[in-house]
Design a protein around this ligand. Structure first.
Ligand code: GLC
Length: 740
């Protein structure tokens, strides 16, 4: 090949592969910078502190932290937000010798200025488009406020609603959780990091934090490697495959070793098998917590174990700050481990463009413009509408007639605003929030009486408000009760041993129901609750989770029929806490209950049915849907082939509606037992009355595979059942195929 041709070929190749060219350039820039860095400056990049102490009045500030920043001993700050503060703190960092900019991070979990439904609620929408839009708005608002990095999506699969952090994830199912993980990462980050309206995302908490023993936060996790890989890791892998910039490890142990010091998780799996190139931040103080765990005898050993296990950045432990230089200088830790961590972190700072313009995300004009954009309220309202789940609707009690003359609004959450923002909210600005009372007021003319009685508190023993509530009910055409948890009864460190409706709320319901009036119950919570009396006796039940700013409007839209509810449960609702862990993809056992009446010597309880109060995938509509004409493109599948299936979905009711059709499989016999059902695809379809649509699904070999220890993901020949349904316990179509 002549020289000119070969030179131009190289030129063409390097400029036509932007990803490769960019990576090569950034790698070169990282190499050049690292050659200049002292060990102290390298360790500095691995330290992250909370920013509460470096902003605000001078008297409140921790000067040692400001000095560390000025001397290049801090790589990132969390909890510093707003253009003014981020500019100020960044300017201090740029006084350091090498002027390495800081990363500003924050828990933007379900919105920044505009508060969206909590993640568990959004997961109930099964609507990947609105979930992406929600993350994009959060990224746009927070990026305009100087934030580079959010500690979201939380992708922990959770089967235990005693655990308060179920509110933060996507529920119990691995497939749904993986789809949502990927969607949220792309929503926050965009296709390529560096845009001024996108931020780094963080897949957390690695790994299996949702399996904390007894649903108690910060507790051990002891599960098999098979369950780890099959149930808990796929959403993390989906996030990694979507390019998530960072991972955060978890407070729990995995089989006796704290995650932050667990080389199997962080080196073998994440950075090894998955070849992950981003960086891992420890969860708040998790490195130093290895001492109370009884794993590290002191901070020095904790720092050593953490860096060797692949924890790149130390959030708030000060373990790396205090111990890492000595560990390297004493030969206990090879410099290569520090260099690897520094490289991963600097790479992201270059990728964001912070070396080219450290203030790129701190633009006052953009901040002012973005923060008050009304279009984000519309997106928040749509997300809220789509997240609402209609659990029960006897005798078409809902939607409420617009001709009603007197509606009694009863319960401690009728006027709730802050509660609707849920946990993990950045600005609890109630001025932007809409209560159910306010939402309904907009729906009814002035001459319709909306009477209000609180009846009782959320979690108190008071019943002296009952008579007023009962009286309001007696004088009304219909009663709408708004009950549930307060915002701070779920979230981090909010595990509950009793997940019944708190206080006297169910007693209040009984008193109101005794009036004989139709009673609609709206439930707000950050988790599945137990409410058996209401489930049995209410005429209609709407699960509203915590829906954010627009909750009151969205709930009112559903109550009066201006929006036809389309949500489906992403997590099973137990009949009682004794059934936990309860999930739809259970194993059949050798003694399955085939007839509820026959539980003698069967895998059953003598005091409760096995099935949940409300099943995974359950959610009603104001219309009805018919499922017909299931077709499989082949009855026998060769190994490595995909199966294509189709069916016809029809809106057989009188109003427009959205249906979430779910595809489940059951691998009937395998070398390790398989769940009776596994979600493998879903689609949310909007249909007019009488309208039909042919839905196509595909079962790829990956969807038929299962994980075996020491073997990994494989398929095995055998008989598979396919099921298509409107809920995991409401299958409409079934078929079978053989896999060779
Ligand atoms: C908390 C949480 C984690 C959060 C971090 C920073 O303890 O476990 O999810 O991102 O600290 O606030």
């Amino acid at each position: 090949m002549n020289r000119i041709f070969s030179f131009s070929l190289v030129l063409v190749v390097s400029f036509t592969l932007p990803g490769y060219a960019q990576r090569k350039t950034i790698d070169q820039r990282v190499d050049s910078l690292m050659k200049l860095m002292t060990l102290a400056e390298k360790v500095g990049q691995l330290n992250q502190y909370s920013g509460r102490e470096v902003t605000g009045p001078a008297s409140d500030r921790k000067n040692y932290l400001l000095n560390d920043i000025k001397n290049g001993k801090v790589g990132s700050m969390l909890n510093v937000k707003g253009v003014k503060d981020t500019r100020e703190i960044q300017s201090i960092a740029l006084q350091s010798r090498l002027k390495i900019p800081l990363l500003f991070s924050l828990d933007v979990i379900h919105g920044y200025k505009t508060v969206f439904p909590i993640p568990l609620a959004e997961s109930a929408s099964w609507d990947l488009d609105i979930i992406k839009q929600s993350a994009q708005v959060a990224a746009t608002e927070s990026a305009a406020s100087g934030i580079h990095w959010t500690f979201a999506p939380m992708v922990d699969i959770a089967r235990d609603p005693r655990w308060g952090r179920v509110m933060e994830g996507a529920g119990e199912d691995t497939y749904l959780g993986a789809q949502i993980a990927k969607t949220r990462v792309l929503g926050f980050q965009g296709e390529q990091l560096g845009a001024v309206d996108r931020i780094m995302a963080c897949a957390k908490h690695f790994a299996a934090y949702g399996a904390s023993m007894a649903g108690r936060d910060y507790n051990p996790v002891d599960i098999s490697e098979q369950q780890l890989h099959e149930i808990y890791l796929p959403p993390f892998k989906a996030a990694a495959d979507a390019g998530v910039a960072t991972f955060m490890n978890s407070f729990n142990t995995f089989n006796g070793i704290p995650a932050t010091g667990n080389a199997y998780l962080q080196r073998d799996i994440l950075k090894g098998q998955w070849n992950y190139k981003g960086f891992v931040v420890s969860d708040w103080g998790s490195i130093k917590e290895m001492t109370p765990w009884g794993f590290a005898k002191n901070l020095n050993y904790a720092a050593e174990k953490a860096i060797l296990a692949g924890s790149d950045m130390d959030m708030e432990s000060e373990a790396y700050k205090k111990e890492l230089e000595n560990l390297v200088n004493n030969g206990k830790v090879d410099l290569k481990y520090v260099d690897e961590a520094v490289r991963r972190i600097l790479y992201k700072k270059f990728e964001l463009g912070l070396f080219d313009n450290p203030y790129k995300f701190s633009d006052e004009k953009r901040e002012a413009k973005v923060m008050n954009d009304p279009k984000y309220k519309d997106i928040a309202k749509l997300a809220a509408q789509k997240s609402i789940v209609l659990l029960k609707n006897d005798n078409a009690t809902l939607p409420l007639s617009k001709g009603l003359k007197n509606i009694a609004l009863i319960g401690p959450l009728v006027n709730a605003k802050r509660d609707q923002a849920g946990s993990w909210v950045v600005y609890a600005d109630t001025a932007n929030m809409v209560s159910v009372y306010e939402g309904l007021q907009k729906k009814y003319a002035k001459n319709v009486k909306l009477s209000y009685a609180q009846g009782t508190g959320i979690d108190d023993a008071l019943t002296n408000g009952f008579p007023e509530a009962v009286n309001a009910a007696k004088n009304a055409d219909v009663v709408v009760m708004v009950l549930g948890e307060s915002w701070d009864m779920s979230g981090e460190a909010k595990s509950r041993t009793d997940i019944c409706l708190p206080g006297q709320q169910e007693a209040l319901f009984k008193a109101v129901k005794a009036t004989g009036k139709p009673v609609v119950v709206v439930l707000m919570a950050g988790r599945p609750l137990v409410f058996n009396t209401i489930a049995a006796q209410a005429d209609a039940i709407v699960y509203a989770w915590f829906l954010g700013d627009q909750g009151g409007n969205a709930i009112a839209d559903v109550l009066v029929g201006d929006y036809n509810p389309s949500g489906k449960l992403p997590i099973s609702f137990p009949r009682n806490v004794g059934q936990i862990p309860i999930f739809y993809n259970y194993y059949n056992t050798g003694r399955p209950v085939t007839k509820p009446s026959d539980i003698r010597y069967k895998s059953a309880y003598i005091d409760s049915p096995n099935d949940p109060r409300f099943a995974f995938g359950h959610g009603l509509s104001y219309t009805t849907f018919a499922y017909n004409d299931l077709k499989l493109d082949q009855a026998t599948l060769q190994k490595g082939q995909s199966l294509k299936l189709s069916f016809k979905l029809t809106n057989t009711g009188k109003v427009v509606g959205e249906e979430v059709a779910q595809l489940y499989i059951h691998d009937q016999f395998a070398s390790i037992v398989r769940p009776v059902k596994e979600l493998k695809d879903f689609v949310k379809v909007k249909l007019k009355p009488g309208e039909s649509k042919v839905i196509n699904f595909e079962l790829t070999p990956e969807k038929l595979a299962f994980y075996q220890e020491k073997i990994g993901w494989t398929t095995e020949p055998g008989t598979f059942k396919v099921m298509i349904g409107t809920a995991s316990n409401d299958i409409k179509l079934e078929g079978n195929f053989e896999l060779k």
